[in-house]
Design a protein around this ligand. Sequence first.
Ligand code: ZN
Ligand code: ZN
Length: 320
Amino acid sequence: MSTQAQQEPVDVLDWRKWINASLFLGMHIIPLAAIWTGVSWVDVVVCVGLYLVRMFGVTGVYHRYFSHRTYKMGRVTQFCMAWLAMTSAQKGVLWWASHHRHHHKHSDQEGDVHSPRLQGFWQSHMGWILSSEWAQTDLDRVKDLRKFPELVWLNRHPLLPAVVTGLLVTLAFGWSGLVIGFFLSTVLLYHGTFTINSLSHVFGSQRYDTGDDSRNNWFLALITLGEGWHNNHHHYQASARQGFHWYEIDITYYVLKMISWTGLIWDLREPPAHVIARTRRNARSVAPPPEHTACASAPLPPARPVSDEGSECLPTGTPV
Ligand SMILES: [Zn+2]
Ligand SMILES: [Zn+2]
């Protein structure tokens, strides 16, 4: 199957780029309408609640499930989780996964979707999203997901879950609920998520030699519910847990673990001990088991390939 990007004429993409940019920037202005609607404590609670629930949708679903397949779930649950993630208004679930896989394939190298090293802060933070270059979904990168027609349908209606959420919030909490509870939390959610593409490739420590600029940053881990352990994640992308040690708070993983107790999701994958131990300092002394040698320190079992091409390994610092 050819990619959608290959089918779109350039002038349509340029026209759409300006519409998207206007909508995106307009969302930053809408919360100022609180001058007229006022703000109640309920609105603030809704704002915080929607930020947290939808951040989980971004990290636990868009990222750890659809992009990396680090755990399993049934088809109905999969659709509901995709809907939850897309209430964040961060485009379709296939779009998100395909671009994220592209990032890991080219991380901080030529062709990376968002790299502060190559493109600067603003382009890696949000400029790339507004660019027509990355507007379409490369379905060839999500061969494992495009076989589900319900996900393809959702991907064609990227704003539907967010619009429904906004309507429900308005019905329940009025205009101030919409302005603060929904729109302000959506804008905060954008920039919270975007810090992983920008700041977590600049500020923080590098426990592992991943060959890119990914960092571990405790503050970013707090505001993104665990995504700030980004160097850990680039080192071993197949794990549902990104905080490798007890003191690396990873709220998304804790929530996933609790959901697994209900039976809705299962087979949460953990980082093997030798992968955790293979830090920059220990890289030479901790050899991977023989069966993993060909895959360096980050093997992926064939049953759940992360790559669009079905690669079985995600060697640290090596493209998918
Ligand atoms: Zn990732
Ligand atoms: Zn990254």
